[in-house]
Design a protein. Structure first.
Length: 286
């Protein structure tokens, strides 16, 4: 049967599950979210012929799906993932002399907060060849090395970049000044407590931090200022592992991650790609 469901916390996965279940329910299924989350599912369902209506209501954002639609198959082009792209982008920003091009990166507004934040920090990123692909906005990203400055990242941005805060914290460690990330309590309940994992790892690397229930402050040490030379616990979290491997590229001494296996969760080609770009990443003998 159709339901009217308010998500208890921002979650595109929960929203998508309810909407997909609603396809087989007669009548209208409504999902209400207090904060907007990534909207790939809504776009995809509309592309297949479902009726999806989005309204602003007093409780937040309401997505209404009319059930049992007549769907039509179609060919889809899936844009390249902005969350995975965040790591080679960060590497280019960290290593002096770097310049890379990443073609066809998805820049859906519900996913592009990381790149908006980097521009605010002074990153040298050019967004070229803007276009729409598979119903999603995409562009080619040209990224060059350059110093970053610390900024205040407001809570309103968190939903559009929640998966990128670990790599943002790594970049913030090399920036000039303080970077404050607020409204990020969801990071406490990801694959691990990502706020604590990044805070402890950065402290081990000689970076001063301050943390609270839903914020992380990183005091940047500037280009070449991160000490490194330590082993960091990945806590079985792919993004923690990749973030510290990227930070190692700019540290005074290499950073070792205790377990790189979880990287395959989301980015099985990460190490090969980074080596292709010139990174020296090797396994440490047990």
């Amino acid at each position: 049967v159709p339901v009217r469901y308010a998500t208890p916390m921002p979650s595109a996965q929960v929203k998508s599950a309810v909407l997909l279940a609603g396809l087989n329910a007669p009548g209208r299924t409504v999902v209400i979210e207090r904060e907007a989350t990534r909207d790939h599912t809504e776009r995809m369902l509309g592309g297949f012929g479902a009726k999806v209506v989005i309204d602003e209501v007093p409780e937040g954002r309401a997505i209404t799906l009319t059930g049992q639609p007549e769907l039509t198959g179609r060919a889809l082009s899936v844009p390249r993932d902005p969350s995975s792209a965040a790591f080679p982008v960060a590497a280019a920003l960290l290593v002096e002399g770097s310049e890379i091009m990443l073609p066809g990166i998805g820049l859906n507004p519900t996913r592009a907060g990381f790149y908006d934040t980097l521009v605010e920090m002074g990153a040298d990123i050019a967004f070229e060849n803007h276009r729409e692909d598979g119903g999603e906005p995409v562009a080619d990203l040209r990224v060059r090395f350059g110093p970053l400055r610390g900024i205040e990242v407001p809570p309103a941005w968190s939903a559009s970049m929640i998966d990128e805060y670990p790599i943002l914290a790594a970049l913030a460690a090399t920036a000039e000044g303080k970077t404050v990330m607020r409204g990020i309590k969801e990071l406490r309940v990801k694959e691990c407590d990502r706020i604590d994992a990044m805070a402890r790892g950065l402290e081990a690397c000689g970076v001063r931090i301050e943390e609270g229930a839903d914020y992380l402050l990183v005091e940047g040490r500037g280009v070449g200022g991160v000490a490194g030379g330590v082993t960091v616990e990945s806590r079985l979290d792919h993004r923690i592992a990749m973030s510290f491997l990227c930070l190692s590229l700019a540290a005074k001494a290499p950073i070792t991650v205790d377990d790189g296996g979880p990287i395959a969760t989301s980015f099985p080609d990460f190490i090969g790609l980074m080596r292709h770009l010139g990174a020296e990443i090797g396994e440490v003998a047990a």
